[in-house]
Design a protein around this ligand. Structure first.
Ligand code: FE2
Length: 329
């Protein structure tokens, strides 16, 4: 009988260290994590690295306990190879290489953005979507065409999650501030004029951030938070709508950590309704950074014949999703 593939996936591109175990049907047997948090201020890569070093083994053990499996049950070891913060990325890369070598298992380096997309696609049963990938470090609109996720539009400066967290920091909220200011969106509809910056299919958020920060103390915080989010999310919706019109696709798939934003879901939902397109939102546990999405993407890549030699397993801080040929598509 053919052995069933079970994959262990490790994630550590930014603030989260995650370990997920997934089988061939995308049953998630474990999805454990530990996230670096601060009371005040943003994420410092060296502190996040320390957090990962201290918590990695406990998280991986937790995943094995949860699944009732051990390394002998694992067919392949996957890790997020990039993009991400250098010191953070190296933690899961070193552990994945060690486990693969010590237990004689194949290794698969996974593009983190593609993992967000593939997991969302599977969990939402999406067929052929326009993907809106929004997170702390990334904001991209992508479609799969001829075995590659083509980036139709993207941020030219910071990710939309970074915009929300930076603004939250200026308001004195800790990291991550996104979920806290997301609630403020529904407490106001007083729009304060802020710069709206769409350049063709691309987006810029830093001017919006600076302008909103300058207004702190002059207008109520909830009005300012509402206006900042409304501006940023309408910019994303405009580009997504154009991507739908251009490609003729009928589904929008929202993934990445900012997919959890009820405000973004509302703005995109309204646009999709007007266009008669379907909005699919990745469930929160798989939209935020997690090991299961790395395990799933590693598994489908492995099934399509892809593995990563140890000599080619160096982490890549700037690793674009459109640089990967989709062998499993
Ligand atoms: Fe992410």
């Amino acid at each position: 009988m053919k052995k069933k593939i079970v994959c262990l996936g490790l994630e550590s591109t930014a603030h989260t260290f995650g370990a997920g175990i997934v089988d061939e049907k995308c049953n998630v047997l474990a999805n454990e994590k530990s996230a670096f948090r601060t009371e005040k201020g943003g994420i410092k890569p060296s502190e996040a690295f320390d957090h990962h070093c201290k918590n990695a083994i406990g998280v991986i053990r937790g995943a094995f306990e949860k699944s009732g499996l051990s390394m002998k049950d694992i067919e392949v070891v996957a890790f997020s190879q990039g993009p991400g913060l250098g010191p953070c990325l190296r933690t899961s890369a070193v552990i994945a290489r060690t486990l693969a070598l010590a237990h004689n298992k194949p290794l698969v380096g996974v593009n983190h953005a593609l993992a967000h997309i593939e997991m969302a696609k599977k969990k939402c049963s999406a067929k052929d979507p326009v993907v809106v990938y929004t997170s702390g470090g990334n904001t991209q609109i992508l479609v799969l065409e001829e075995k590659r996720y083509r980036v139709l539009g993207e941020t030219l400066d910071i990710g939309v999650g970074n915009l929300l967290d930076s603004f939250g920091r200026s308001l004195g909220l800790g990291f991550p501030a996104g979920p806290k200011i997301d609630e403020m969106y529904f407490e106001s509809d007083n729009y304060v004029e802020l710069p709206y910056s769409v350049k063709g299919m691309d987006l810029q958020f830093t001017g919006l951030l600076t302008s909103a920060e300058k207004k702190i103390g002059t207008v109520p915080e909830k009005d300012l938070s509402y206006s900042l989010m409304h501006t940023a999310f309408c910019m994303i919706a405009e580009v997504t709508e154009r991507a739908l019109a251009f490609t003729g696709k009928k589904e929008v798939l929202l993934t990445g950590g900012v997919a959890c934003s009820k405000a973004l879901q509302k703005v995109l939902g309204e646009m999709c309704e007007a266009r008669k397109a379907k909005l699919l939102v990745c469930p929160p546990a798989y939209a935020v950074d997690n090991g299961a999405m790395i395990a799933w993407t590693g598994l489908i890549a492995f099934r399509a014949g892809k593995t990563t030699k140890i000599s080619e397993s160096k982490t890549i801080q700037r690793f674009r999703p459109d640089s990967v040929e989709i062998a499993w598509g």
